[in-house]
Ligand binder design. Structure first.
Ligand code: E4P
Length: 222
């Protein structure tokens, strides 16, 4: 499973890119609002930091405007993927953009029928949302499992991109279910890195190494 960062924050992206774990980035209007600067400039900088698909979401609502906005965003950088919200207008816009070689990420997918429609319209990625489904008392992971299984049986090329991830367990379960990609907020990446036993182990090894240095390397600790 590939890992994407779900953020437009350039500092976090720089940090995570240096770990060597990022295969792409997803953004949305809410995430973009947290970053200062012009939209196109932000996307250019994100593409400069991470060498992989970078989802940029359109805000137009009618298919014609969606296509125009999608073409404008796609012209910023070859790695830009156009993110469209699930719906009839988006399916039509996906069909046009895909026919022009512009990749689409269908976002706000909650069900297998929505994902199947998106794949059939030519979306390169579908984004089932986990956390937002959990928020209304239903299981985002159950929906993800259904989509992954349906896509495997139907042999779609469309990649399943698990989104709206809230904690490390979502990431592990998405991997176990066979999602192609998980897009992860920086906070969750930092949670994934840590364990108290790792920190305690490092502390012990550092103390023992210092003790050996202090008494000379030939004596043995008992
Ligand atoms: C990803 O493509 C989505 O924009 C994102 O994962 C939404 O996450 P949220 O539900 O935590 O806002």
């Amino acid at each position: 499973m590939k890992l994407y960062a779900d953020t437009a924050d350039l500092n976090d992206l720089e940090t995570l890119a240096a770990w060597g774990v990022l295969s792409g980035v997803t953004t949305n209007p809410t995430l973009l609002n947290k970053v200062e600067g012009e939209e196109e400039d932000i996307y250019r900088k994100v593409c400069g930091l991470v060498d992989g698909p970078v989802s940029a979401e359109v805000v137009a609502e009618a298919r014609g405007e969606m296509v125009s906005e999608g073409r404008r965003l796609a012209a910023i950088h070859p790695n830009i993927v156009i993110k469209l919200p699930m719906g009839a207008e988006s399916l039509a816009a996906t069909n046009t953009l895909a026919s022009e070689g512009i990749r689409v990420n269908m976002t706000l997918c909650f069900t297998a029928p929505q994902a199947i429609l998106s794949a059939s319209a030519g979306a390169a990625f579908v984004s089932p949302f986990l956390g937002r489904f959990d928020d209304i008392g239903q299981s985002g992971l159950t929906a993800l499992k259904e989509i992954v299984e349906a896509f495997a049986m139907a042999d779609y090329d469309t990649e399943v991109l698990a989104a709206s991830i809230r904690h490390p367990i979502h990431v592990v379960e998405a991997a176990r279910m066979g999602a192609d990609i998980a897009t992860i907020p920086p906070k969750v990446f930092y949670q994934m890195l840590q364990h108290p036993l790792t920190a305690a182990g490092i502390e012990t090894f550092t103390a023992d190494s210092q003790a050996r240095g202090a008494r000379g390397s030939t004596e043995v600790s008992r």
